[in-house]
Write a protein that binds this ligand. Structure first.
Ligand code: ZN
Length: 308
């Protein structure tokens, strides 16, 4: 399970740092060469900036990496401003193919970037809820309206679902790359509060918290609570075993303690999953149609931070 972490480091740090150096050291190369590299580097960086999983590393590296690339872009543009665009020279197969290859790759990342940005918008009416966690900086790992930034879109009932973790002050979500100890994850054990007034229609409490990366593919939501309000069902899932504080039939108030963030169900690491759906019976989840949710009128997407 170190593979996703290593891949993230390569995709979000090693490649952009290489790209930045590449632009920096080739500024002054003939225009078509340098501009084709510029095109690729800008849209690659824009894509990983919006859609990258920055909670895997230190969150602030997102800005450092973007700043590094931006510095090289500006340095190249200043060079051109001072010296003029160097003469194009299209001789030999390599100099013709290379820029074309970079432009094609750049277009792919442009499409991915647009898809990630589109994920910040939703259609229809959103359910407004209060953020269910308190006391820290919380990071949205999955959230938004396109698959590029929200994996929940593979299933209609949980489309618009959100996965949230907590960051330590340094910007990391865990002490260690992918620790097996649950206590090393900042979000583990955080109190979960009801995001609205409503009726508890289901509460499950008996499932174990797994050691990452073990997971439960049968009881997908693990320990969970469903709150029913005005035709909406709100599911809060992957709670800690043994301390879910409500039962089916309870009326809850907004801000009332429901339980704590755990690692039960189908999870890769401790996080809080929340989604709202309409339709189906009041007690069941994953049977209706997922609806957009806003927290304090804000539509949260991957890489959103919530400071509470
Ligand atoms: Zn989820």
């Amino acid at each position: 399970m170190f593979i996703p972490f290593i891949l993230t480091v390569i995709i979000q740090i090693v490649i952009p740092v290489f790209f930045s150096a590449w632009l920096w050291f080739t500024r002054g190369d003939p225009g078509i060469d340098w501009f084709s590299r510029l095109f690729l580097v800008i849209f690659y960086t824009a894509y990983i900036f919006t859609a990258g999983s920055w909670f895997w590393v230190y969150y602030w590296l997102r800005y450092l990496v973007a700043g590094l690339v931006l510095t090289s872009v500006l340095a190249g543009l200043i060079w051109i401003w001072q010296n003029g665009v160097p003469i194009f020279h299209l001789s030999g197969w390599k100099s013709r193919l290379e820029p074309g290859f970079y432009v094609v790759l750049g277009i792919i990342f442009l499409i991915l970037f647009v898809s990630a940005v589109r994920g910040s918008f939703y259609q229809g009416e959103a359910l407004n809820l209060t953020f269910p966690l308190k006391g820290g900086t919380f990071y949205v790992a999955q959230g938004g309206s396109t698959k590029t930034i929200n994996r929940h879109l593979i299933s209609e009932p949980q489309q618009y679902g959100l996965d949230m973790v907590k960051l330590y002050p340094a910007g990391n979500r865990a002490r260690g790359m992918y620790p097996r100890e649950l206590e090393r994850y900042a979000v583990y054990g955080q109190e979960v509060y009801s995001p609205c007034d409503g009726l508890v229609t289901a509460a499950v409490d008996g499932l174990p918290d797994h050691i990452p990366p073990e997971t439960d593919r049968i009881n997908l939501a693990g320990n969970y609570v469903i709150i029913y309000k005005d035709g909406y069902k709100i599911l809060l899932a992957h709670l800690q075993q043994g301390i879910v504080a409500v039962q089916a039939g309870d009326m809850v108030k907004e801000g009332q303690l429901l339980g704590r963030v755990g690692n039960s169900g189908n999870t890769s690491e401790p996080h809080l999953h929340i989604h709202a759906e309409k339709g189906g019976s009041k007690e069941d989840h994953l049977v209706g149609v997922g609806v957009p949710v806003v927290f304090d009128n804000r539509f949260l997407v991957r890489n959103s931070l919530v400071i509470k």
